[in-house]
Design a protein around this ligand. Structure first.
Ligand SMILES: *Cc1c(COP(=O)(O)O)cnc(C)c1O
Length: 401
């Protein structure tokens, strides 16, 4: 990766994540621009027919068509790769496109995945409805039960897949132990790092082979664009890139530009989200109308110690159970006055939602019980508003129960 004006390669300078988030990935054009440019172009032109032939044939590196390469998307990919400590990143149209591209790049009919039960609901549907249709089977296991992970592995298993921390209860798994298990069986460990981002947790350092992001969440951080990313070795990412090139779930240059600017403030935002979420979680825990608070930054969380070992802070999503049932939970939500009633998360704007009837509404009653999605559970994605104002809005909710 080159720096501006022919200075030293940024990756050779041993820079920290905070600096890479702002500096990595931008190669200045002859215009000498300071901020990253957007290249909203579908295709590229060549000096001659021979040059075009050489580019298409792969003998000359360079752009061909924005389904496969675009300079703005590449800048985003290089910046995020530097931050996660990955050899290569592939930007995708959405977080789900990142997950799908990973699966279809690396798995074939007859293969098997072991997946945490507590992953994003749409990931479960993708595995059960679509991957199954093409002959890839999945076994779901409890996120933090190593025995279940181990027992579920078969000769056809190719990948362990998890999301940590999990949504909405903040469960986590020992990523290093799972990496060791995967590698002892010669299979891959893939981690959806959406909730922590590289600012708080770096799965490659713990041995993961693949890291997946929904850039829609904290990487953008202001709820503007949908996008995703897959990261890993050159060898694995060449396969994922091949899916994009052929099947087309590619990131748009405009979205890549928004995400590039999002990454510049990621570290500061994640610190602020985490600090406010911890304060609110501690305050909620002391309120008599609250039965239980789920936030792995709280000492009371069953996996607090593991989370503290793997994460530098605890991110912005917390959940809590109010005393009562769905009526009380809905009354709480409806009594708040400025937080957004929506299921999105990872935004500067605080959001509040009732998982049992929104994000997890498609689960059967038994699946809800297994996932801990009780009728009195409320999830808050703590944004960047003043924390006292947020506490006051939650207090309105409490008063309405
Ligand atoms: C939102 C989300 C996704 C899906 O991402 P999209 O950008 O909405 O496609 C995947 N994993 C996690 C953990 C998410 O929160």
């Amino acid at each position: 990766m080159t720096n501006d004006n022919g200075r030293k390669d940024l990756l050779e300078l041993g820079l920290s994540l905070e600096t890479l988030a702002i500096r990595a990935g931008h190669t200045q054009t002859p215009e000498l621009e300071h901020a990253e440019p957007i290249f909203p172009t579908s295709s590229y032109v060549y000096a001659s027919a021979a040059e075009a032939a050489a580019r298409f044939g792969g003998e000359l590196p360079g752009n061909i068509y924005s389904r496969f390469t675009n300079p703005t998307v590449r800048a985003f990919e290089q910046r995020l790769a530097a931050m996660e400590g990955a050899e290569r990143c592939v930007g995708t149209a959405s977080g789900m496109a990142a997950i799908l591209s990973t699966f279809i790049a690396l798995l074939k009919a007859g293969d098997h995945i072991v997946c945490s039960r507590s992953v994003f609901g749409t990931t479960v549907v993708m595995l059960n409805k679509f991957m199954a249709k093409f002959g890839v089977e999945t076994t779901f296991v409890d996120l933090n039960d190593m025995d279940q992970w181990q027992a579920a592995i078969r000769p056809e298993t190719k990948m362990l897949f998890l999301e940590a921390p999990s949504n909405p209860l903040g469960g986590t798994a020992d990523i290093a132990a799972l990496a060791e298990l995967a590698h002892s069986k010669d299979i891959w460990l893939a981690v959806d790092n959406c909730f922590c981002t590289p600012a708080l947790q770096q799965p490659f350092k713990m041995g993961a082979d693949i890291v997946i992001h929904s850039a829609t969440k904290y990487l953008d951080g202001q709820g503007r664009c949908v996008g995703g990313a897959v990261l890993g070795s050159h060898e694995l990412m060449e396969e994922v890139y091949g899916v994009l090139r052929t099947c087309g779930p590619s990131m748009s240059p405009f979205n890549a530009w928004v995400f590039l600017k999002g990454l510049e403030t990621l570290n500061l935002r994640m610190q602020a989200h985490s600090s406010s979420a911890l304060k609110l979680a501690q305050w909620l825990e002391s309120q008599p109308q609250i039965e239980k608070v789920h936030y792995n930054g709280l000492v009371s969380h069953p996996q607090h110690e593991l989370a503290a070992k793997q994460q530098s802070a605890f991110s912005g999503v917390l959940a809590f159970e109010v005393k009562g049932g769905q009526d009380e939970a809905w009354r709480f939500i409806d009594a708040t006055q400025f937080m957004s009633i929506t299921a999105n998360l990872g935004d500067a704007k605080t959001t509040i939602t009732h998982p049992a009837t929104t994000t997890h509404g498609r689960l059967t009653p038994e699946e809800k019980v297994a996932a801990g999605i009780t009728p009195n559970l409320i999830r808050v994605s703590v944004g960047l508003e003043n924390v006292d104002d947020l506490q006051a809005d939650l207090a309105r909710g409490l008063a309405a129960i």
